[in-house]
Design a protein around this ligand. Structure first.
Ligand SMILES: C[S@@+](CC[C@H](N)C(=O)[O-])C[C@H]1O[C@@H](n2cnc3c(N)ncnc32)[C@H](O)[C@@H]1O
Length: 202
């Protein structure tokens, strides 16, 4: 698999550790995150099967899909804001918060495993996935409280506006995130897109 935005790599290194056949090539644009990721990967002893490189995922031609790599995984930046001038610009997901997941869904992978936030225009994300030939094979949804970055006043106000426009859901201090498998693999049956929308309160 390839990974957009490895962060400190703790999330996926445990998965690599428990699945001996799995190899992951990750990218992150944040130098401190890449340093931390490499440290954590070494500490878990999976450096032969999990690498993290510094750079924009989409600048790496060989990571952008194609027949040899079927699956991309990502907890992509999904903070919506009018511009990138927020507390942690690396977490900016565009005006509606879903720019990066939309770009992933247009990159040609058979499987896209991605976090989808309820306040980041999930309906457009799911409709874009459908238009690109994906079905929602399944998902895991959870409720989250606003963290440091969603609580920034500029972001919080923007989320309120998006919700008022019908572009998602958020409570006063809470939202939902689902990790969904979007697939084009005909051997994986079913489509839970409607269930996913309901889990995100839409
Ligand atoms: C929400 S964090 C996820 C971190 C980690 N995967 C986790 O789940 O804990 C998103 C990460 O994506 C990185 N990122 C943002 N844009 C990127 C891009 N275009 N290419 C690669 N990484 C990117 C950020 O630096 C950040 O570490």
């Amino acid at each position: 698999m390839v990974e957009l935005g490895s962060g400190d790599a703790t999330a996926i290194s445990d998965v690599v550790s428990s699945l001996p056949g799995l190899r992951v090539r990750g990218f992150d644009i944040s130098p401190p995150s890449v340093d931390k990721a490499r440290e954590n990967i070494r500490a878990r002893g999976v450096e032969d099967r999990y690498t993290v490189e510094l750079g924009n995922f989409f600048d790496h031609a060989d990571a952008s899909g194609g027949p040899q790599i079927a699956t991309v995984i990502s907890n992509p930046p999904y903070i919506p804001a009018p511009d990138r001038d927020i507390l942690m610009p690396e977490l900016w997901g565009g005006v509606h918060g879903n720019d990066l997941v939309l770009q992933l869904l247009k990159s040609g992978y058979d499987n896209v495993i991605a976090a989808v936030a309820s306040y980041s225009d999930p309906l457009t994300t799911i409709r874009t996935a459908e238009d690109a030939g994906y079905r929602v094979a399944n998902f895991l949804a959870m409720g989250l409280d606003y963290g440091t970055y969603s609580s920034e006043p500029k972001v919080r106000d923007h989320i309120r506006r998006l919700v008022a426009e019908g572009r998602g859901w958020a409570g006063d201090d809470e939202y939902m995130v689902a990790v969904a498998l979007f697939t084009r693999n005909p051997d994986v049956p079913g489509d839970r897109a409607d269930q996913l929308l309901r889990a995100l309160q839409l």
